[in-house]
Design a protein around this ligand. Sequence first.
Ligand code: GLU
Length: 324
Amino acid sequence: MAKLKLYFGLRTMDLFKINELLQELYQKYQPCFEGQKADYIPELSKANQDDFALSVMSVDGESFNAGATQIPFTLQSLSKPFVYGLALELQGRDKILSKVGVEPTGEAFNSIIELEKNSHRPYNPMINSGAIAICSLIEGEKSNDRLHKVINLFERLCRKSLQIHEEVYCSEKATAHRNRAIAYLLANFNIIEEKSEASIEDLLDLYFKQCSILVNSTDLASMAATLANGGIQPNSKELIYSKEYNRDILSLMFTCGMYDTAGEWAYSVGLPAKSGVSGGIIAVVPGKLGIAAYSPLIDGHGHSIRAERAIKEFVSRLNLNIFS
Ligand code: GLU
């Protein structure tokens, strides 16, 4: 009975097909070596270009996997929707909306021209300026308390303890002139409370560490499945996001999650999604599945090429576009 309810709309046949389809897509796209590893964070260029993984989790916690699903990689921008949800839980929607907007930009993730004209709010929390402003809203007595809240969030989503990739974190910290400039701009417009050099650096540290949390594709699928399941982690049944905030996260992933091709994704895939420059992509089929893919070779927009192609084909073969 429970299964019937949860899988409403996804035929039982489709469920049996998932493992088979993931294996097929892995075989089909693994030989594709188009794209390049991100290197503006130098440490990211050390990823293995052979690695490719596909994972799916259903809203009742069933896990389906193909390829290098245990290979760890850093979250990068995949962290943004989840920390946004944490900020909503901690501060409420009004406070968050007073600091960060909900409009897509059509600009790249690290665009520096990304503050609204009059309010000076970042356009949305999926771009760097918005994500840095959101970090500032994760309060804590000391910087470690803030980091603890963020790591704890991902540990609850993935149901395991997680580590920060120290080398990626240090590599980003050493080269993040653009994100540093964005943070100072946010301080100038009072979007963030941090004003001193030390407190701005502390805030950036939190952001870099959030981006450097290590996960694998199975973990990513579990994170996506929590969003598919209305904010409840499918295996622990823990409520991570209240229904209304879970909905807010998905709306923003739908309109802003895929950098400057968010419109094309909404049009051709029809699912909330988020991409990160380390090579991960997640897509959420509300009420049904969390989908995740990882491969470090990315295109000029910052999307993993293998991951994008495989997810697109998976969604189309199972007819998962929410508008279809
Ligand atoms: N840490 C990365 C940055 O701020 C995240 C970028 C991304 O994955 O889009 O540049």
